[in-house]
Design a protein around this ligand. Structure first.
Ligand SMILES: *[C@@H]1O[C@H](CO)[C@@H](O)[C@H](O)[C@H]1NC(C)=O
Length: 304
């Protein structure tokens, strides 16, 4: 008896809860998001297919092109003008059965992302925005990868579209090698070579994160490199080349504050200007009086 009483009470309670939920769903608008340009079907609550209903939008008759299909309202080729609060009323007594807040939107496109640092080299932050509004709520997922590793990010407390990234302890900032290294002879100058390059294209914003460079060069026939370190210039004139000798030249890059040197760039070859066409000579010819001149102490750096 007690058991029966308990179950009965609960059945009644459950029925009340369900009835309340149904009532509530008829009164509280639910959101329906649809894509711009599509045909949209709104369904009046859970009424069956034979039910006859009337629809209103913002409390007045639906004026946009539409079709009625039992408890369904079909709008064709929707745009932002179709946004509104749609209510349906069951005929013939006109009880409200559902309220839908129709919101037309577009798929988000790739956001524009930019990253800066005001605590460099400890960390940086990235912000993003959509260049084309979606007109509907849009979520963003942020993942920061460094060397295939996912870094921890912190959401900014004030700016919705911003995250902060700390450089991990072991963060090694190793740029890619400089690109488009070119070495050219200077006319009438038998000992000079003009070398230029550009910063690695993978390096973000050279203006914010300047690079310094390391240049090494040697005549093809010798093993010892000569080195020059350059603060942020992307060109250098070699003035002590051996006349008539083919040189091999490479450049490396490094962030001015932190990190390690890049690998060496692809080697380029160049020979200083010669007023006589070059004689074919053996590269093992060590009787050349100019050999061994114009050298500096070997620097301790040999990159890959
Ligand atoms: C309904 O009202 C909203 C808010 O005032 C308005 O933006 C929207 O255009 C209206 N929709 C229609 C179909 O009149």
């Amino acid at each position: 008896m007690t058991n029966l009483g308990t179950s009965l009470c609960c059945v009644v309670l459950a029925a009340v809860v369900v009835a309340y939920a149904q009532k509530r769903s008829q009164l509280v608008a639910r959101n329906q998001y649809e894509r711009m340009g599509s045909d949209v079907t709104m369904r009046c609550g859970s009424l069956d297919d034979e039910a006859s209903v009337s629809w209103k939008v913002n409390g007045t008759d639906v004026r946009a092109r539409h079709r009625l299909d039992g408890p369904r309202l079909v709008l064709t080729q929707v745009d932002l003008g179709h946004n509104g609060l749609y209510s349906c009323f069951q005929n013939p007594r006109g009880e409200r059965r559902d309220t839908i807040n129709l919101r037309i939107g577009t798929l988000p496109r790739e956001p524009a992302v930019s990253c800066r640092s005001n605590t460099y080299p400890k960390g940086f932050y990235c912000s993003w925005h959509l260049q084309h509004p979606t007109n509907i709520p849009t979520d963003f997922q942020v993942e920061v990868l460094y060397n295939m590793r996912v870094l921890d990010v912190q959401k900014d407390l004030v700016h919705k579209n911003r995250i902060h990234v700390l450089f991990p302890e072991v963060f090694s900032m190793k740029p890619d090698p400089p690109e488009r290294v070119v070495a050219t002879p200077i006319p009438s100058n038998v000992r000079r070579l003009e070398v230029s390059w550009i910063s690695p294209s993978s390096w973000p914003e050279v203006d914010s994160f300047p690079l310094k460079y390391f240049l090494r060069y040697r005549p093809l026939i010798k093993d010892q490199w000569q080195h020059v370190e350059l603060s942020d210039s992307t060109s250098h004139t070699i003035t002590d080349a051996i006349a008539g000798k083919e040189y091999i030249i490479q450049v490396a890059a490094k962030d001015t504050e932190i990190g390690t040197w890049s690998d060496w760039s692809v080697a380029v070859h160049a020979t200083p200007w010669m007023d006589q066409p070059k004689q074919i000579t053996s590269t093992t010819d060590t009787s050349d009086p100019l050999l061994g001149r114009g050298e500096e102490k070997e620097g301790g750096r040999e990159g890959g």
